[in-house]
Design a protein around this ligand. Structure first.
Ligand SMILES: Nc1nc2c(ncn2[C@@H]2O[C@H](COP(=O)(O)OP(=O)(O)OP(=O)(O)O)[C@@H](O)[C@H]2O)c(=O)[nH]1
Length: 755
């Protein structure tokens, strides 16, 4: 059966599942596009890494190559029909060995009987096979041994030349096994002799191969191992052929066999998942007739595959980190972000390592650094976002703690700030450390520094506010004390009250200043700030005192105080009982004294702090200026004069006595009336009552009120009379009344009317 370009075959024949095979290079020398799929889906070798081997078979056409391969590896390569006898294998076919991790290449026969001009395919396929295979089976008839052309020695020369081109640098390290299978071995010539002949031929060919510079003395054994075996005639001795074929298969399948063919140093170190790229690249190079530089090819393969692997790993990585974006952008601090990022990134790198580490070490290292860098850069965005959110959270924590702690009365501001700072910075540092991934140079120093700066700014602002609040509270306390104590002095004025006020003022002020300095310590204030605060407070305290004094010495208020003080002295005795002036009493002296004592309060008061205290504000208070003193004195004198007159009047009232002789005269005149009264019980009781009443009025000094009362009664009485008259006039009518009036007056009523 002749198969067309890049044929694939996976069908079932005679009820048996045929092993899938692929024409990787067709008769027109095109490389297949299906190799990756076959490696993965048909042969299931893609994930085998280096754990697979590759065998190619060389030999003249129709020498039973395909038959041999099918026997050894259970493959289903086409075998030439016994009757047709024409070339079967075109190009290069590939199959996986049955139940073996081995790829087998059935290469087109080498003598090109049907190929004609296309002789160079031989060299190309040799190059390709050498670049990819661990073992090369050289298939030849027994009768060809010793015949240069017949034994395909021309092909071997090509193989040697190609090998030197490809593997000169790997001398002694990497080798290829040349496995000679002598077909139709009759046995007349022992295998040992045949081997010797072949070895001698190989040496001869090797010697004839032009060696690259520096490798002139290299031996065939530096690059090749050789093995020889013979197989009986398949047609004449089929049973023996079968037995030997089974034995031979053992050497390919059983690693414990002493002649096991696959040795580690035969491997071309192409990971299975990159084989399709590598093989394709090699064939492209061969077709382009370029020097086939295997290390470069391996590097190219590594680059290609590492990129592919990295891309798959990165895709999976990207899908996993998607969920971070939204919450971080919305300002959330994600718990476990660090461990999660580390885990996702490490999984991606592990994935990469697993598949890519088989490739060219330098390329793998470089590509690993690239994907590490790429994943780290991607995660760095989340790292920065989380840092930003952490900074915000730390600042909020700081503000909240400070606000909460400052709510109470007793707090040490510096302690509060320190505690809040420790907590918020601790929160930041803990969170920041947790998101720094290994194998990164991520640093949060700058953010930490910024946070510290912002905390300091907030603390400074808060300190200013709290200081203001504290000063205000102390001023209020000062004001309350001034109102209480100094108000007391001013309510009970005395000549020494001003000095008392000043002393008290200083003592209150000093005590508040002490408190101010104590509190200021907790605010970590500087000396300069402290002295400024004290200065401001003094100024304010002085203003408070002045206001209090100003209020208390306002004209009317102070006049009242003067009057009270005067009255206290003048109208009350020492026991606080109101004085009743008697004619013999001296009114003038107590009046003068009381007035002088009151006026004393208006004496020059130059209230001020001591001159040794430096103040840049108006530090004295002239309570009563000369003009005010004069004005208040005059007004007070006027008021006090009224009291004097009242006192005098009360004395005059009691002093207006009738002389004794008048009484005697009246007694003589009214003797009879007196007697009648004395002897009339009614009169006696009446007069005694009136007498007692008058005495009480006299002693209680109630003549004034009595007089007022009488006046009130009289005026009421007159008012009543007037009402009666008006009522009468209204009732009787005016003309009649006029007539009556005219009659009484003796006038003409008409005249009166007109008037
Ligand atoms: N005498 C002899 N004939 C064999 C042997 N093995 C196979 N044949 C026959 O040789 C012929 C060619 O067999 P293939 O296996 O197709 O040979 P080939 O080398 O793969 O042929 P091409 O692919 O065309 O190069 C077939 O008719 C086989 O039956 C053998 O050991 N001895």
């Amino acid at each position: 059966m002749t198969v067309g370009p890049n044929q694939t075959e996976t069908n079932v024949v005679n009820g048996n599942q045929k092993l899938p095979r692929l024409q990787i290079i067709d008769g027109s020398q095109n490389f297949t596009n299906d190799l990756q799929r076959f490696m993965k889906d048909e042969w299931h070798l893609a994930d085998h890494g280096f754990n697979y081997n590759l065998v190619a078979v060389f030999g003249s056409q129709s020498t039973g190559k395909s038959t041999l391969l099918n026997r050894l590896f259970g493959t289903d390569f086409d075998v030439m029909s016994e009757t047709a006898r024409r070339q079967t294998t075109k190009g290069i076919w590939m199959s996986r060995g049955k139940d073996m991790d081995v790829l087998i290449m059935d290469v087109e026969g080498t003598d090109g009987r049907e190929r004609g001009e296309d002789q160079d395919f031989e060299r190309k396929s040799a190059l390709f096979s050498m670049a990819t295979s661990n073992v090369i089976i050289v298939n030849l008839w027994e009768h060809q041994v010793g015949l240069y052309n017949g034994a395909n020695m021309g092909l071997l020369k090509t193989v040697f030349e190609v090998n030197l081109q490809l593997f000169q640098a790997a001398r002694g390290k990497e080798k290829t096994l040349l496995f000679f299978v002598v077909r139709d071995h009759v046995g007349t010539t022992p295998l040992a002799n045949l081997s010797a002949t072949l070895t001698a031929d190989l040496e001869r060919i090797w010697d004839g191969v032009a060696k690259p510079e520096g490798l002139e003395s290299c031996k065939i054994g530096d690059y090749f191992d050789t093995m020889f075996t013979g197989l009986p005639h398949k047609v004449l001795l089929p049973e023996k052929f079968d037995q030997e074929a089974i034995k031979l298969r053992e050497r390919f399948t059983n690693p414990n066999n002493k002649d096991f063919v696959f040795k580690p140093n035969y491997s071309k170190r192409v990971p299975a998942d990159g084989f399709h790229v590598y093989a394709g690249g090699i064939w492209d190079q061969i077709m382009a007739n370029k020097d086939l530089d295997l290390p470069t090819q391996q590097e190219l393969l590594a680059q290609y595959r590492c990129d592919e692997i990295a891309s798959v790993a990165f895709e999976a990585f990207s899908a996993k980190i998607k969920g971070f974006r939204q919450p971080i952008e919305s300002g959330k601090v994600l718990e476990d972000l660090g461990p999660q990022m580390e885990e996702i990134r490490n999984t991606a790198i592990k994935h990469f390592d697993k598949d890519a580490s088989r490739y060219h070490a330098e390329v793998y290292k470089r590509k690993r650094a690239e994907i590490l860098n790429k994943t780290n850069s991607t995660l760095h965005v989340f790292y920065l976002g989380q840092l930003k959110n952490l900074t915000k959270k730390a600042l909020t924590t700081f503000k909240t703690i400070v606000q909460e702690r400052l709510k109470g009365d007793k707090y040490d501001f510096a302690e509060v700030v320190m505690e809040a700072r420790q907590k918020s910075e601790g929160l930041f540092l803990e969170g920041a450390k947790a998101i720094v991934l290994t194998e990164t140079d991520w640093s949060y120093d700058e953010d930490y520094y910024q946070l510290q700066e912002e905390i300091s700014e907030i603390a400074a602002r808060s300190r200013v506010e709290e200081t203001k609040k504290m000063v205000k509270a102390l001023e209020k306390s000062f004001e309350n004390q001034v109102n209480e104590h100094i108000g007391l002095y001013l309510n009970k004025p005395s000549p020494d009250m001003w000095s008392k006020i000043l002393t008290k003022y200083k003592s209150i002020r000093d005590s508040i200043e002490d408190q101010l300095l104590k509190k200021a310590k907790s605010f970590n204030s500087t000396e300069e700030e402290n002295s400024q605060s004290v200065h401001n407070f003094r100024k304010r305290s002085w203003q408070i005192l002045r206001k209090k004094i100003d209020d208390e010495v306002a004209d009317n208020v102070f006049l009242l105080k003067l009057r009270e003080r005067f009255e206290e002295k003048f109208r009350y005795d020492d026991a606080g009982v109101p004085k009743v002036w008697k004619p013999e009493d001296d009114i003038d002296t107590p009046f003068r004294k009381a007035r002088e004592e009151a006026i004393e309060l208006l004496s020059d008061v130059d209230l001020g702090v001591s001159s040794d205290e430096e103040m840049d504000f108006e530090e004295t208070l002239v309570v009563f200026s000369e003009t005010r003193q004069h004005d208040l004195t005059t007004r007070f004198k006027r008021e006090s004069d009224a009291f004097y007159l009242e006192a005098k009047r009360s004395v005059v009232a009691t002093q207006a006595r009738i002389p004794v002789y008048v009484y005697l005269f009246m007694l003589a005149l009214g003797w009879n009336e007196l007697m009648s009264i004395l002897f009339s019980p009614t009169y006696l009781i009446l007069f005694s009552f009136i007498g007692v009443l008058l005495t009480v009025i006299y002693y209680l000094n109630l003549f004034g009120p009595l007089e007022s009362f009488i006046r009130l009664v009289v005026s009421e009485f007159l008012g009543l009379g007037r009402e009666k008259v008006t009522g009468y006039i209204e009732e009787k009518g005016y003309p009649k009344v006029a007539e009556r009036v005219a009659k009484i007056l003796g006038e003409d009523p008409k005249k009166l009317k007109t008037n």
